[in-house]
Ligand binder design. Sequence first.
Ligand code: CUA
Length: 337
Amino acid sequence: MVQLGNLVWSVGTTAAPVCEPTGTIQPSMFNPVGVPGETILSITWLLFVICGGIAIVVLSLIAYAVVRCRRAKGDDLEPPQVYGSNPIELAWTVIPLLIVFLLFMVSARSIFELERTTPPEGALEVTVTGHRWWWEFDYGELGVVTAGELHVPIDEGKPADLFLTLQSADVVHSFWVPQLGGKMDVVPDRTNHLWLQANAPATYVGQCAEFCGNQHANMLIKVIVEPRASFDAWVANQQRDAVNDASVKAGHNLFLRTACINCHTIRGTVANGSFAPDLTHLMSRTTIGSGAARNTPNMLREWVWDPQNIKPGCDMPSMKLSRSEVDLICAYLETLK
Ligand code: CUA
């Protein structure tokens, strides 16, 4: 188990902890890094202060009434009854109305500002598809399709804008990276949009925020905001087909002979499945199974040996390979950088 801000990721019996040490990432809405996150936080504080004020006033009046107006010993008289006090009726109608009106205006203004259906100028546009239980990121014209980890460029002195088009391949998921902005549901047969912003390079962590089945907790999102030059290098690498390394020919051939190719794509080979994450640049990602395990040589072997040990219920079955076959395939997969 790993404590991560106020979130804890726990993983299957054989799996190692997946996330970076505490301190590098703070998946908290109380630490926003852009306009959407800051706007939502300021509404949250406004609501908290107003509701807290109401609670204090109401509870204080109750406490006062309980203490001051309790029945005295030997006092059997009914207290004076008050009916139809216009000032009181007016006060408890008008004050709540004013409060609700204020909250409505503040929320409406923010919704108009944040819920964009067109991208802000210069924003990176990515189509996100929620799957049980992983995220697919399609960069459209850039020709990059990846899983779990979203790379975003940032220029010096300017915030990075990200405009997402959200779709679901199966059930309702919810895309939420708390520091970057609001939460948006990902709904089958419906297209939603989400504007996120980050004003500093870092890795921002999020999670699926709508219960979507037994591995809902293992739908990690990593948004890697990086300087333009490293983003461009990343894109150039992702655009390349997989290398065909002669030293891992046996693993390459074995992979292409198994059912792996029905679900996974490795560009440059006959593997072109689309049910599961694209593996063309598998080793450029830090986790396996959308955060179910770290992407290390050992964990990769455990994953290919039997994914159900690490992420029970996920769509990938154990391929019933021998340990030496797993080694061959993983040696090949490790060349997919
Ligand atoms: Cu996807 Cu919860």
